[in-house]
Design a protein around this ligand. Sequence first.
Ligand SMILES: Nc1ncnc2c1ncn2[C@@H]1O[C@H](COP(=O)(O)OP(=O)(O)OP(=O)(O)O)[C@@H](O)[C@H]1O
Ligand SMILES: [Mg+2]
Length: 312
Amino acid sequence: MTDTSTSYAAASENRPGPVVARTREELRAARGALPGSDVAVVMTMGALHDGHATLIHEARKRAQHVVVTIFLNPLQFGPKEDLSRYPRTFDDDMVICAREGVDLVFHPTPDVVYLDGDPGVRISAGPLGDVLEGQSRPGHFDGMLTVVSKLMHLTRGTSFYYGQKDAQQLLLIRRMVRDLDFGVEVVSVPTVRESDGLAMSSRNTYLTESDRETAVSLSRALAAGAAAATEGPSAVRRAARAVLVAEPLALVDYLVLVHPDTLQDVPEWYRGEALLAVAARVGTTRLIDNQPLVLGPGGGPLDVFPPRPLDS
Ligand SMILES: Nc1ncnc2c1ncn2[C@@H]1O[C@H](COP(=O)(O)OP(=O)(O)OP(=O)(O)O)[C@@H](O)[C@H]1O
Ligand SMILES: [Mg+2]
């Protein structure tokens, strides 16, 4: 088994660094060596940032053990997407994992995850996977859910932590776990932002300095929309759109105010929880962001949607 605990040890704290498993056998051995049954898992594609660190931190607070997966999943990238240029920063990722007290890092290559090449059988996201991100990225959510289910099984985790930044992904994972009876816990973590509001993302490293100035208009639009939440749907949409219209360098793919369970546009009479979501291309980079909110009297922004009874 590859145990790189000495090289990645959290130097200032007297605890061993994460064990790194690259094969199924190494994972089985390292996972088997974790005592108890309370294992939280954070799935990532690497190029870790403070958003990932926060997911790990939340997992660490609540669970006995934390497993991080670092796997750039080819199945969820379209043929014209950025798989080949996606940042790969494994050594820096391990520094973050060591600092956050991760027990085990699973870092497989595609041939380890997909033993026979492309899997013939895949998870289908269904209609919720065809809208918003799914409309721009055909097949993306089937590929995402397929790897998420495989990693759930391989890691044998009991709770799984996902970021609100990827709201549609989070919804689909919750639905898969519920609809297909996975019997594990899914935990949502609020979006972590730069000081000016930009949602952290591994893809932010693609942004040039001027792209970076344009990119902040996405979170500004969401904040403007959320500030109008007491006035109802059209006021929210109008306020958000006004910010984006003033920034023509952000090429908007969609800006929607939808029901958080159905991802359908909410009608004007609707009051309650809603999701304001945006996707735009800035330079060569496609960015997404969203803001959960409550519409109506006393309404306003939420960090994440409170768990609904069906989640338990
Ligand atoms: N800013 C953020 N705040 C909270 N969670 C985040 C944030 N960014 C990513 N995550 C979460 O981290 C997990 C792994 O995401 P991933 O590795 O795709 O990183 P990413 O920053 O979303 O990268 P990319 O933008 O290239 O997709 C997901 O659950 C994702 O929602
Ligand atoms: Mg992502």
